[in-house]
Design a protein around this ligand. Structure first.
Ligand code: SF4
Length: 189
């Protein structure tokens, strides 16, 4: 993510660039791998998307005959009707406990919620802080920061965002200005 932000001269979701992280870090690498190993497009792609995860996923289909995001391959999302209880029962049967957070592959996701921000480690905070400083400002003078200030009470920069996340009313403010979710099926939510 840091290398991508430096190459793009900004973080995903900022400055009208769109949420390019999913395409660059997940969709394109997955498609390249699939094209190399499944050139006849015989594979069926599967995800763990569930409709109850977010409003963005409320209409997620169980089957797609030709999924554009999977290079025209068939897509099967067998858990679309599972709620948390049903999901947890499956995990329990397999011998796992549910994670208390979304998957950490981008640790943290640009859509991280308050609880995920609160558990960031200092080394990760420092990496984001240093990168934000290296990226500097846009031509319009806006700081190139990982988390959009407009969704976090105008908190600019990771250190200020964390202070906001610790504040008792942060949760109420998040209700008023909900943070975007990724509905690609490639990310945790
Ligand atoms: S997990 Fe979050 S930061 Fe990572 S690619 Fe998906 S939307 Fe972007």
């Amino acid at each position: 993510m840091v290398a991508l932000a430096k190459r793009k001269r900004g973080w995903p979701g900022a400055g009208g660039q769109g949420q390019f992280c999913t395409a660059e870090l997940k969709v394109q690498p997955a498609l390249s791998w699939l094209d190399e190993h499944d050139s006849d497009k015989l594979a069926t792609a599967m995800t763990g998307v569930r409709r109850s995860e977010s409003a963005h996923r409320a209409d997620a289909p169980e089957h797609v005959i030709e999924s554009e995001r999977h290079g025209g391959r068939e897509l099967w999302q067998p858990l679309v009707r599972h709620d948390d209880i049903m999901r947890n029962e499956l995990l329990s049967r397999a011998g796992f406990d549910p994670l208390p957070h979304r998957s950490n592959e981008c640790y943290p996701c640009i859509n991280a919620n308050i609880d995920e921000l609160r558990v960031l480690t200092e080394d990760r905070i420092r990496l984001i802080d240093i990168t934000e400083q290296e990226l500097g400002f846009t031509k319009k003078g806006k700081a190139r920061v990982r988390f959009r200030p407009s969704r976090r009470k105008n908190a600019v920069g990771i250190r200020v965002v964390l202070k906001w996340a610790e504040a008792p009313r942060a949760r109420d403010q998040l209700q008023l200005f909900p943070i975007n979710k990724c509905d690609s099926g490639f990310c945790g939510g």
